[in-house]
Design a protein around this ligand. Structure first.
Ligand SMILES: [Zn+2]
Ligand SMILES: [Zn+2]
Length: 206
C-alpha cells in the first residue's frame, strides 16, 4: 500500500485543541512521524507516548480565537467543577521544558485549555514544528515512520507495525526521510544552518 503522503486528498489537514479555541492547518504531509516513548514525552502527555508529525513551521498555520461552534459542554457542569469561562482572546502560549537532549523543548499550546499543539526541539529550533498528531481531524490516516526511545516505553506496550524501532534516538536524520521530500530537506538544511548560527551567536558570552 502506498504511503499516506502519496494521497492527494489528505493535505492540507486541519486540527484543533480540545476546547476548539486554537485551530491549525498543516499544509504539507509530515516530513517524518515520530512515535516517542521517552519519559519526557510521557510526562508532557500524561500518557504512554507522543505521536509527533514533523513539518516545516512555515507549512503550519495556527491561530487562537473564540470558538464559533457551541462549547460542547454544559455550563452548569463547567461551573460545578470550578472551570473558568475564558473571555479574552490571546495568542498561543509558549513554554520551554526540560528535554532528554538537555537543550529543552518549547511547547506551543492553547492558552485556554493548555493543550500542546506543537513543539520545537533542539534539532532545528523554531524552523521545525513537531505537531501532535492526535489533534488533527484525520489523524487516523497518519502512521509513525519510526519508534524511538523504546527502552523507556511502558512494559504493556507491544509495537507490531514493522516500522524501525530504536532503544534511544537514531543516528542520522537524513537516512530517516522517505523518498520524494528531497527539495524540502534541502530547503530545511538552509534553515537549520541559519538556526545553528543564531544559536552560536546567542551562546557567546556577552
Ligand atoms: Zn484549547
Ligand atoms: Zn520523547
Amino acid at each position: 500500500m502506498a504511503h499516506y503522503s502519496q494521497r492527494d486528498d489528505l493535505f492540507p489537514m486541519a486540527g484543533s485543541c480540545p476546547c476548539r479555541r486554537t485551530t491549525f492547518t498543516i499544509h504539507l504531509a509530515p516530513l517524518l512521524v515520530h512515535a516517542c516513548y521517552c519519559q519526557a514525552c510521557q510526562r508532557q502527555t500524561g500518557s504512554i507516548m507522543a505521536l509527533n508529525a514533523i513539518i516545516e513551521t512555515s507549512a503550519l498555520q495556527a491561530q487562537h480565537a473564540a470558538p464559533t461552534t457551541p462549547p460542547g459542554y454544559l455550563e452548569p457542569f463547567a461551573k460545578s467543577t470550578g472551570a473558568d469561562q475564558p473571555q479574552e482572546v490571546m495568542g498561543l502560549k509558549k513554554v520551554c521544558v526540560p528535554s532528554t537532549s538537555g537543550a529543552g523543548t518549547t511547547l506551543v499550546g492553547c492558552p485556554v485549555c493548555g493543550t500542546t499543539i506543537y513543539s520545537h526541539y533542539a534539532d532545528a529550533g523554531r524552523y521545525l514544528a513537531y505537531v501532535r498528531v492526535g489533534l488533527l481531524e484525520r489523524a487516523g490516516n497518519i502512521t509513525p515512520d519510526v519508534h524511538i526511545f523504546t527502552a523507556e516505553k511502558a512494559s504493556f506496550v507491544d509495537i507490531a507495525d514493522g516500522k524501525p524501532q530504536y532503544k534511544a534516538y537514531y543516528a542520522d536524520r537524513g537516512e530517516m526521510y522517505r523518498e520524494g521530500v528531497k527539495d524540502r530537506i534541502e530547503a530545511l538544511g538552509v534553515m537549520v544552518s541559519k538556526y545553528k548560527r543564531e544559536m552560536m551567536a546567542l551562546s557567546q558570552p556577552q
